[in-house]
Design a protein around this ligand. Structure first.
Ligand SMILES: NC(=O)c1ccc[n+]([C@@H]2O[C@H](COP(=O)([O-])OP(=O)(O)OC[C@H]3O[C@@H](n4cnc5c(N)ncnc54)[C@H](OP(=O)(O)O)[C@@H]3O)[C@@H](O)[C@H]2O)c1
Length: 321
């Protein structure tokens, strides 16, 4: 099979398209013929690797996972002897957050892992949405999001931001999205109740307060957003922030009993992909697709993702010959 080998850390230049034997499913695994995947910030963080301490988990000098790719959508090619919930030909989607491997023509994942049958009427490109939704869901849960809560989502145009707006609306929040001028319509179309253009207005001076503030793109700070927060509000973020402050602020805020800053490390929740499928089927969640690249041009996809200005997801499609 064709696969994108990343057996060294570095820039997208280290990636090589190679021929490798297909992975064979273990007894509890499903073998998937991959039709679409993404390049996302998690894949890019593993490639560089960024931040540096990721190496303690991903391999100190060389990556342990030599094929990246977290999101997948495709067809079940075969199943292990213990798998009863999927069969050959099923159209499935999901994510492989521990071992990656979706930047290849075939991938094996546990049958009881982060995988579900695709919603009907959805194409493979539209199903590779798990990574952003997973981060967004973890951060919104960290707020203890409730119906009617006022939530501000900063950077609501990336993979995590677009997912966060849609999931916050599903949970019944009143959402204020902060985006650049080119994304104002997008933010409204995916459900934001109010939209602020960060290039035209200082969003911290709008004179309103929120039950939760979520920096979905890692470009603002708790200290800037403090004045936007109600007394028991929480600030959640996806990034370490200047001087890695978001690593220390959560501990400080729990020591002081304020519990105001959270940097959730997403954990796998049983049924998360099924939950997402239900949202897609109900029309409550849809993919925001920026660019599409063939597998052969995946290095260009990484270069584009590294600009930090993609809109929603960047899809990589796999042609089977
Ligand atoms: N290290 C990891 O493994 C890892 C994994 C996942 C996510 N993350 C972090 O999570 C964050 C979000 O991930 P993502 O995949 O959603 O990112 P993304 O898709 O790359 O987000 C880019 C979006 O943010 C907007 N943006 C850029 N600069 C902005 C600013 N100053 N203010 C507001 N919006 C801005 C961009 O639009 P405009 O440029 O038009 O504003 C673009 O639409 C990133 O900071 C990333 O580092 C890290």
């Amino acid at each position: 099979m064709k696969a994108v080998l990343s057996d060294r850390y570095g820039s997208p230049d280290v990636l090589r398209i190679v021929d490798l034997p297909r992975p064979e499913p273990k007894a509890n695994e499903v073998q998937i013929k991959v039709h679409a995947t993404t390049v996302n910030r998690t894949d890019d963080g593993m490639l560089r690797p960024h931040p540096f301490f990721i190496r303690f988990a991903s391999g100190l000098l060389r990556p342990k996972n030599t094929i990246l790719g977290m999101d997948f959508a495709g067809e079940v090619e075969s199943v292990g002897t213990e798998v009863t919930s999927f069969r050959q030909g099923d159209r499935v989607f999901g994510m492989s957050p521990d071992h990656f491997g979706a930047h290849a023509e075939f991938l094996c994942v546990p049958g009881n892992g982060q995988i579900a049958r695709m919603a009907s009427g959805v194409c493979f490109d539209e199903a590779v949405v798990c990574e952003g939704a997973w981060y967004a869901h973890s951060c919104l849960k960290a707020f203890g999001l409730r119906h009617g809560q006022k939530t501000l989502i900063y950077g609501a145009s990336g993979a995590i931001g677009t997912a966060a707006v849609q999931l916050a609306k599903f949970y019944g929040a009143e959402v204020t999205a902060v985006v650049s001028t080119r994304h104002l319509d997008l933010a409204t179309n995916i459900g934001a109740d109010h939209v602020i253009d960060y290039t035209m207005e200082d969003f911290t001076k709008i004179g309103e307060t929120f039950d939760g503030v979520f920096d979905a793109v890692g470009k603002t700070t708790f200290f800037k957003c403090r004045r936007l927060m109600k007394p028991n509000a929480r600030y959640a973020t996806t990034d370490l922030g200047p001087w890695w402050q978001n690593l220390f602020l959560p501990s400080w805020s729990s020591i002081t009993g304020m519990n105001r800053v959270v940097l959730p490390f997403p954990k796998c929740i049983d049924g998360f992909v099924e939950f997402l499928k239900a949202r897609i089927e109900a029309g409550e969640f849809s993919a925001v697709i920026d660019r599409r690249f063939p597998l052969e041009k995946i290095a260009d996809a990484y270069r584009y993702v590294e600009t930090g200005h993609k809109t929603g997801i960047v899809v990589v499609y796999v042609r089977h010959t």
